[in-house]
Design a protein around this ligand. Structure first.
Ligand code: ZN
Length: 151
């Protein structure tokens, strides 16, 4: 990755961590709690489903800049998608941050803005920070009763 691209990616992550999008609750929506004990990140993800489509997505929580930026961008990314699309996006995002070269989609070519997290795979400790909001989103989709933990 060029240093210019890296800088741009860092800027996007910084912007979302300072000004998180969709930082609110959704009354009557589905929700799930997630935590990453390794870093101390906590996130509650809210989803409003219209049939099979994610009509609205939001989160509240407290965490490091990576987890906050990831939660902010996750809510933007899944809005308007079907459950299956949101789950597929999670799989691709997970492959991106874990940097598994055997999986298609690595490199983030079709992830759009989420590609900014491609640098995270170089920092294994940060992978769980980036993945936490996604794991929590999936639990909310499934109406999982138990809180999600990355450990
Ligand atoms: Zn973190």
């Amino acid at each position: 990755m060029s240093s210019e691209l890296r800088e741009l990616y860092q800027e996007v992550i910084l912007d979302h961590s300072k000004k998180p999008r969709n930082l609110r609750e959704i009354a009557g929506g589905r929700k799930a709690d997630g935590m990453n004990p390794l870093c101390g990140d906590r996130a509650t993800v809210y989803l409003e489903l219209d049939g099979d489509v994610v009509k609205d997505a939001s989160f509240v929580g407290k965490g490091c800049s990576i987890s906050t930026a990831s939660a902010s961008m996750m809510t933007e990314a899944v809005k308007g998608r079907t459950r299956a699309e949101a789950e597929a996006l999670f799989e691709r995002f997970h492959d991106l941050v874990t940097g598994d070269p055997s999986k298609p989609g690595t490199g983030g070519a079709d992830l759009g803005k989420l590609a900014v997290f491609s640098g995270v795979c170089e920092f294994p400790v940060r992978v769980k920070c980036a993945a936490l909001p996604w794991h929590t989103m999936k639990a909310a989709l499934e109406n999982a009763p138990e809180p999600v933990s990355t450990e």
